[in-house]
Design a binder for this molecule. Structure first.
Ligand code: GDP
Length: 305
């Protein structure tokens, strides 16, 4: 199980403040056992196979983890509530991918039209959450978050793939970058801002669903231009088109209307697109510098042997 993005956080905040337990949302029994040991009052359910392109290759696995996993979580929390006799609030991570082909601006009232097994599975999970809320009066809130990025983003997502490449190109570790469709637009926000919205959603007295977004819309090409431009490079000199990175069905445009979140939660994003891109590029130049230094040490060590 991969923990490389969690371990630095545990080191920073202390292992007593971030305790990890092994488990998998597809294992209903394990979930019930863990919940009865931990006895949480708030559950943030973020587990998923979250890569859209991969979901076309592994649709059944994606559906099992996302739709089946969510059903397991809400069922296990319901059992915990019954055994403890207290309310346990659930945040369920929805996704802007549920809107898919629906034109922007997408809000809580917009029609859903997912365009990938990932989006379809997230929509099934969304309705399991709503159905449990309506059937049993549970506090289950769906956050419909638009793309949220940070230096901790997985490297298979386009933003981080680009900023990692910029860092490595600046340090002479890479000279080409392969990408698929550059025309699609996304509403990219900073994950740190979005986590605050998730927490605010669970502090309400009544569970409600919220779109969390910046309301801005940039294309993959715009992201490339901002990232390469921030180090005075032209992306056109480095990027190759790779047809294999295209998806069988694409979500062309995403841009969310988060006015409900502003009105009820008092939430607004604090980080602009330009700040986000520059934060990620700066971080990844730092990583690439470390990588380059390590390479040169191991080269000189190899030469000395
Ligand atoms: P998504 O919105 O959750 O699918 O986030 P991604 O970061 O995976 O993809 C955002 C957009 O970038 C999509 O429209 C992709 O088709 C497009 N894209 C273009 N090239 C790539 C690539 O090499 N990797 C990924 N992940 N996306 C790419």
């Amino acid at each position: 199980m991969s923990r490389e993005r969690l371990d630095p956080i545990r080191r920073e905040f202390g292992e007593r403040r971030l305790v990890l337990h092994y488990g998998d949302v597809t294992e209903a029994g394990r979930l019930t056992t863990l919940l009865s040991q931990i006895k949480p009052r708030e559950v943030y359910h973020l587990a998923a196979q979250s890569h859209v392109r991969v979901s076309f290759d592994q649709p059944e696995y994606t559906n099992t983890v996302i739709a089946g996993g969510t059903l397991n979580v809400v069922t296990a929390v319901r059992a915990l509530e019954q055994s403890l006799g207290v309310r346990v609030k659930i945040y369920n991570a929805g996704s802007s991918e549920m809107f898919g082909a629906t034109a922007p601006p997408q809000s809580e009232g917009s029609a859903f039209h997912p365009r990938s097994p990932y989006g379809v599975s997230k929509l099934a999970a969304h309705w399991h959450a709503v159905n449990h809320r309506e059937s049993y009066g549970m506090f289950i809130a769906n956050g419909i978050l638009f793309n949220h990025e940070s230096p901790r983003r997985g490297e298979q997502f386009v933003t981080r793939k680009i900023t990692r490449a910029v860092g490595r190109i600046v340090c002479g570790l890479q000279d080409r970058l392969r990408l698929g469709n550059l025309d699609s637009t996304r509403d990219w926000g900073f994950a740190g801002d979005y986590v605050e919205a998730m927490w605010k959603i669970l502090q309400l007295d009544r569970a409600e669903d919220f779109v969390i977004a910046t309301g801005t819309e940039y294309s993959v090409r715009d992201f490339l231009s901002a990232a390469f431009g921030s180090v005075d490079l032209r992306w056109q000199d480095y990027v190759d088109y790779d047809r294999a990175l295209e998806r069988p069905a694409e979500v062309d445009r995403l841009s969310g209307d988060a006015s409900k979140a502003k009105r009820i939660l008092g939430w607004e994003p604090a980080t602009s697109f330009a700040q986000l891109v520059s934060m990620m590029v700066r971080h990844d130049i730092g990583l690439a510098k470390d990588e380059a230094a390590l390479r040169s040490v191991s080269r000189s060590y190899g030469a000395a042997e």
